[in-house]
Write a protein that binds this ligand. Structure first.
Ligand SMILES: [Zn+2]
Length: 327
């Protein structure tokens, strides 16, 4: 009986994966779908804590476990900073605000109302993911008290216990997206604006980096300008939500800029096709497979397809919507 209880206790223990970087920055896996797909960041400055991106409602227990293992108290969390209000970044905001009573929410002015009243956000995400996947991944969203909301206008500087965090408006992936330039680490917390790049696929000669063109606000021109603006700060490193810390930014930025253009070209190429979403998805997936095999990434084609199929399907949905807006 005792053995069974022990086994049960083991199963109930929260599985957490996190990695400490420089300057009090910790990358935490939010376990969206699979390990290595989505992360968020804990930042610590002389005892003050903040989260940049949050994962989903399901990730709240992971954040609490990381704090516990690091010996931090809930009261130390001063800011919750979702880069934008897509649910893989901001789905856990309401849950975290409930846990951390001292915390304020710092959100893009265009995203604030959706955190205060998440009903539209829920409806929009249901349309993208469908009922079954939506409930499994995200669940019901918790509204945030408007008195605890700070709207981060472009170039707002947050004094994070003496550490300067600069909020930069970066449309392209979404119009409600900011990035944070952190002088201390010379790094940018980029959400989705600096693309997605999975470390497990990056063991070849060159990594794969792609723009998540998730519905419904893809804007290739704005995105390219946002990238240029981020690079103007001469950052050394970028902290991606999908996934982890990356160096060598000028190559990554160039590759991402070209891929944004490729994606728009592929979308236009299939614009008149009767099954264009499917055709775009398969073209994007094939392009990524070709690139990775060419770079000798060390992962089989079957695995690459498994790892990227959902991303490319969402990307195609976003490109399809972008085409529809232009028609
Ligand atoms: Zn997003």
């Amino acid at each position: 009986m005792a053995i069974q209880n022990d086994e049960l206790a083991k199963l109930e223990m929260t599985e957490v994966f996190f990695q400490d970087h420089l300057c009090g920055i910790t990358c935490i896996d939010t376990m969206l779908g699979r390990q290595g797909m989505a992360s968020c960041y804990l930042i610590e400055q002389d005892g003050m804590l903040g989260f940049i991106d949050t994962g989903t409602n399901n990730s709240v227990s992971i954040m609490l476990e990381v704090l516990r293992r690091k010996g931090f108290e809930k009261e130390q969390v001063a800011y919750i900073m979702p880069t934008h209000v897509h649910l893989d970044h901001a789905g856990g905001v309401g849950g975290l605000m409930k846990e951390f009573s001292n915390a304020q929410l710092v959100v893009h002015p265009r995203g604030a109302r959706h955190m205060i009243d998440p009903s539209k956000l829920e409806a929009g995400s249901l349309a993208v993911y469908g009922e079954e996947v939506y409930q499994r991944l995200f669940g019901n969203l918790i509204p945030v008290d408007p008195l605890r909301v700070i709207r981060a206008e472009d170039e707002m500087v947050l004094n994070f216990n003496g550490r300067e965090l600069l909020f930069i408006d970066t449309p392209g992936h979404a119009r409600h997206h900011y990035c944070i330039f952190d002088k201390a680490s010379n790094g940018i917390f980029a959400g989705d604006t600096f693309g997605a790049s999975y470390p497990q696929l990056n063991n070849g000669r060159a990594p794969l980096i792609f723009p998540p063109t998730t519905p419904v606000q893809f804007d290739p021109e704005a995105w390219t300008l946002s990238l240029k603006r981020l690079m103007s700060f001469k950052p050394e490193r970028v902290f991606l939500t999908h996934y982890g810390m990356h160096l060598g930014l000028s190559d990554l930025a160039t590759q991402l800029r070209l891929t944004i253009k490729d994606y728009a070209d592929i979308a236009r190429e299939y614009a008149g096709h009767s099954q264009r979403t499917e055709r775009i998805a398969s073209a994007l997936l094939q392009g990524s497979v070709n690139h990775l095999l060419d770079q000798q990434c060390g992962v089989s084609e079957t695995q690459i397809r498994e790892l990227l199929a959902q991303d490319m399907s969402l990307n195609a949905q976003g490109l399809d919507f972008w085409l529809t807006c232009a028609e």
